[in-house]
Design a protein around this ligand. Structure first.
Ligand code: BGC
Ligand code: MN
Length: 324
């Protein structure tokens, strides 16, 4: 009698043990599945909240404090999606001088779009101070790129004129495999591309492509040419430009007085191929400028750059101090 009871007990414990092991296995696999889900919370390629066409209000400049109230979750111009991990970290570089009204309209316009695009982004305004009367956009981009990377890693950079307002949020400000010209159709040019080689206005480059290209030339001050020089760099490095469809890559340009033209732009362009390697990010330390301050405002990080007056020799690109 005793023997069969003992046997039955052993059978019971065995069944219980098998059951417990199965339960444990089940729990383990389901927890692993949850873990997988946590790891793959990447934001969707097609963000669901995009509106398509965006209303562009050029009537009056908004008050900065009012814009700030609408973006309490932005710090120093930076934001990231709450519910998913953005596909890229994108820095928006905006070279700037003396256009307060445009800047406020721009900030009011760009933040909601970048949020809807579910980007992990930062807006950086690089302002030129100092004695140099001409605006040195390429130099400001190089300084901005270098300064921004000292504080945060970004894999994409958008190079953005302050006076351009995007008209369709499906034009995504996120890196693709090739350099991208985003401002394909601007109202000023009747929404057509003025020439095939244009690579100005709003462009997008990965950090590594920008480094490969040695950034912009530091020599172009005044209106025009720095973007054509960048096109030559891309051509030289055999980097193909991609463009979004002109139905979404639409922009309105805020009107302003013509900035002073760069008288050297044509002669500099003629010799630009001799300088790719040593005129750009790699020779910033030889240029007479100073980063006067870096300050986090609510809607943007401000980088103040003091540029000394300079003379650029158009024929060979040599730079001398204006007072020399
Ligand atoms: C200038 C460029 C400018 C383009 C479109 C060209 O003549 O050299 O810098 O972006 O015109 O305005
Ligand atoms: Mn302009």
């Amino acid at each position: 009698m005793l023997l069969p009871r003992l046997k039955r007990r052993r059978w019971k414990t065995l069944i219980l043990q098998v059951f417990a092991t199965l339960l444990l296995l089940l729990l383990l696999t389901s927890s692993l599945r949850w873990k997988d889900r946590d790891v793959d919370d990447t934001c969707p390629v097609d963000p669901p909240n995009l509106t398509g066409p965006v209303n562009v209000n050029l009537q009056e400049a908004p008050v900065l404090a009012d814009i700030s109230m609408e973006h309490l979750d932005v710090v120093g111009g930076q934001w990231r999606p709450h519910n998913c991990t953005a596909r890229h970290k994108v820095a928006i570089l905006v070279p700037y001088r003396d256009r307060r009204e445009h800047l406020h309209i721009f900030l009011n316009h760009i933040h909601p779009i970048l949020k809807r695009q579910l980007l992990d982004y930062g807006v950086y305004v690089i302002e030129q101070y100092g004695d140099e009367p001409m605006f040195c956009k390429g130099l400001l981009y190089n300084v901005g790129f270098t300064e921004v990377l000292k504080n945060r890693s970004y894999d994409c950079f958008v190079f953005h004129d302050v006076d351009l307002l995007l008209e369709d949020d499906r034009n995504i400000y996120s890196c693709s495999s090739s350099p991208r010209h985003l401002s394909v159709a601007i109202d000023k040019f009747n929404y057509t591309l003025p020439y095939k080689q244009l690579f100005g206005g709003v462009t997008l480059l990965s950090a590594s492509h920008y480094q490969t290209l040695n950034g912009y030339s530091n020599l172009y001050c005044g209106w025009g040419g720095e973007d054509d020089d960048m096109y030559l760099r891309l051509f030289h490095k055999k980097l193909k430009i991609s463009r979004p469809d002109k139905t979404v890559a639409r922009y309105k340009m805020m009107r302003h007085n013509q900035t002073k033209l760069n008288p050297n732009r044509f002669s500099l362009l003629k010799t630009s191929q001799d300088r790719y390697g040593h005129d750009g990010l790699t020779n910033l330390h030889l240029i007479d400028y100073q980063v006067a301050s870096v300050h986090q405002y609510h809607l943007y990080t401000h980088i103040a750059v003091s540029v000394a007056a300079r003379k650029v020799q158009a024929t060979n690109g040599l730079v001398t101090n204006s007072t020399d």
